[in-house]
Design a protein around this ligand. Structure first.
Ligand code: FHN
Length: 606
């Protein structure tokens, strides 16, 4: 068994349990021996083959870049209000925030009758917006199944006057219109089932084990969703909670029912799934070498919430899409159908406006990769490989007033430059500062004008990573870092004091910070941090490549009182692009606000 693990990327615990506990769970579907066979067949494959299988699964997703998220359920009938009472948080949490007993909440299900819902029109709107996939809440935390569940009669077919299987209708339309269908499924929280997590208020609930909920409801429902609703592109787990190995594996193993289904990183137990998810916010830098997606409501609430007029402007949404794609990620933009099954006009209008932009500029988003350039002050960049060179899509948010657009740090010869919208050619030349393009007085689009820049040969770019300067100093600013934090708990985030960014709100010792930087020479580097700490001290590990320093920062008299503190020295024996990490030492961590880490070379090892 262990030898297999040498070739697998499945965490040991999962792998071992995957083969031990499944026989009776999945019944006649397939037993652990069959699963093992699949996996043991994989056992002859090395990690590269496992990666190849994942690359094949992910190919369409990486090209898609843009999808629709849909939160729709019983909570949509009242806009998240309970007896006319406005509740905090997002509307789909109304049962929890309103401490609504199950018997009470079920009455809302009895009023769910979205008579205006038209799957063809709904999917058509996603398509018109330029979205390539659609992920919808098949079951959210309230436990209500938006499909004809055979494991629970608390579902849209059996428990509402609507009686139609919404997931089935969407499945048919998505296949017809060429949109990949994905299901959101709350695998741990279920406020209706006595074994589901999260219902702490319903005193009449006779609790049973979580395994009973998972194996009695979640597993059969997920199995049904993966076997009766056609090809499923994505299974979108949510709010991971600690559950038994048996339950975890029973859920995870179901994805073998559709081997091409993609899963996210929210099943739990640190299982990475196929891609990392960010929520509501766009990370300052995309996680290097990973697939990732930002999910974000088009307004404030995921589910339809009365009075939620906090719609993001179309300009913001288009620029978000370009920003995320420029970092190599996908944008999953959420809409919130109301109780009648339609979207509010501000949502529909925005989707149509995004669609107009995508109809002209979609090539600069679809099938693109992250920008190879350093940060651009006028916009973003996405890229594609072309024969003998690279195509750069320059997303110009701030069109230059002086007729000159400079692409900093780029030294390649210009093969061709043009406006994507019209094809009009532009003149470009290489200067000391990079490639300079002559552009017309006005760009083709007030929000995001795209220039196509084809350059010859392998990209010649000045260091895009922070690099050691002539004095031997390397400054790593907070907003140049990549924050490793998952949704859910209080996490590290980029915040500002006096308009200077810092990594703040760092309440979770599991969150950590990483930079990629260029080290030009080995040697001894003093590590200096600019930080503020309220507590007496805090401890964390700083690593530069393969070398570590256990650092202690002392209290600075409060958050917002920033002090430079020398943390010690590291003997660096590697050069080139190195990862530099700052990781809390959990049992002696106190939150700090970190503005920057500076490495100062004190001795050269050359
Ligand atoms: O609790 C849910 C929330 O209702 C919503 O579904 C979001 C969407 O990503 N996920 C959880 C919060 O992280």
């Amino acid at each position: 068994m262990i030898s297999l693990l040498g070739t697998f990327r499945i965490p040991l615990m999962t792998f071992v349990y995957l083969t031990c506990g499944l026989g009776g769970i999945l019944g006649d579907q397939f037993d652990s021996a069959e699963l093992m066979a699949q996996d043991s067949a994989g056992g002859e494959h090395d990690a590269d083959t496992v990666d190849a299988a994942r690359d094949e699964r992910m190919a369409w997703w990486r090209q898609a870049r843009f999808g629709m998220f849909v939160h729709w359920g019983v909570y949509s009938t009242t806009g998240g209000e309970y007896n006319g009472q406005k509740l905090p948080n997002s509307a789909e949490w109304m049962m929890n925030k309103g401490r609504i007993p199950i018997a009470e909440y079920e009455k809302y299900a009895a009023g769910f009758n979205p008579a205006k819902f038209d799957a063809a029109e709904f999917v058509g709107l996603a398509k018109l917006a330029g979205m390539k996939y659609l992920v919808i809440t098949a079951k959210h935390h309230d436990g209500f199944s938006m499909f004809g569940s055979t494991a629970s009669d608390y579902n849209v077919v059996d428990a509402t006057p609507f009686k139609r299987d919404i997931m089935k209708e969407l499945s048919v339309e998505c296949q017809k219109q060429g949109i990949r269908l994905g299901f959101y499924y709350s695998q741990a929280q279920d406020w209706h089932h006595p074994g589901g997590m999260g219902n702490s208020w319903d005193k009449d609930l006779k609790k049973v084990s979580n395994d009973e909920y998972v194996l009695g409801k979640a597993v059969p429902e997920v199995k049904q969703l993966l076997t009766e609703y056609g090809p499923i592109g994505i299974f979108w787990w949510d709010t991971p909670r600690a559950m038994s190995r048996e339950s975890f594996n029973a859920l995870h193993s179901l994805t073998k029912l559709q081997p091409s289904v993609i899963t996210n990183d929210r099943l739990g137990d640190d299982f990475p799934g196929d891609y990392k998810t960010f929520e509501r916010k766009i990370p300052p830098n995309g996680p290097a070498g990973k697939d990732w997606e930002v999910c974000m409501p088009i307004s404030g609430s995921w589910g339809y919430k009365k009075g939620d007029n906090d719609f993001k402007s179309t300009s913001t949404l288009i620029r978000n899409l370009a920003d995320i794609a420029s970092k190599g990620g996908n944008y999953l933009l959420n809409v919130s159908p109301t109780g009648d099954g339609t979207l509010l006009p501000p949502a529909t209008e925005r989707l149509k406006e995004i669609g107009k932009w995508m109809a002209i500029n979609g090539d600069s988003i679809y099938e693109t990769s992250a920008s190879p350039l350093q940060a651009l002050d006028w916009g973003r960049c996405t890229s594609k490989k072309i024969d003998g060179g690279t195509r750069l899509y320059l997303h110009v948010f701030d069109w230059p007033k002086d007729g000159r657009l400079v692409v900093p740090g780029l030294k390649n010869d210009v093969r061709k430059a043009s406006l994507l919208a019209s094809g009009a050619e532009l003149q470009g030349r290489v200067t000391d500062g990079g490639i300079e393009l002559s552009v017309p007085a006005d760009g083709p689009d007030a929000v995001n004008s795209v220039i196509v820049l084809d350059v010859d040969g392998a990209l010649e770019i000045e260091a895009q990573w922070p690099s050691v300067d002539a004095k031997g100093s390397l400054v790593l600013a907070a907003d140049a870092a990549y924050l490793h934090n998952n949704e859910g708990s209080k996490q590290a985030d980029i915040r500002h004091h006096d308009d200077i960014p810092h990594v703040g709100y760092w309440l979770d010792a599991q969150a950590w910070v990483e930079w990629t930087a260029n080290i030009d020479k080995p040697g001894r580097y003093e590590v200096v941090a600019t930080l503020s700490v309220d507590a007496e001290k805090t401890q964390f590990d700083i690593s530069v490549g393969n070398r570590h320093l256990s650092a202690t920062a002392v209290g600075t008299g409060g958050y917002g009182k920033y002090v430079e503190q020398s943390l010690g020295a590291i003997d660096v024996d590697q050069v080139g692009e190195l990862s530099i990490k700052c990781k809390p030492i959990a049992d002696s961590w106190n939150p700090m606000n970190l503005r920057s880490i500076t490495l100062k070379r004190t001795e050269s090892a050359e």
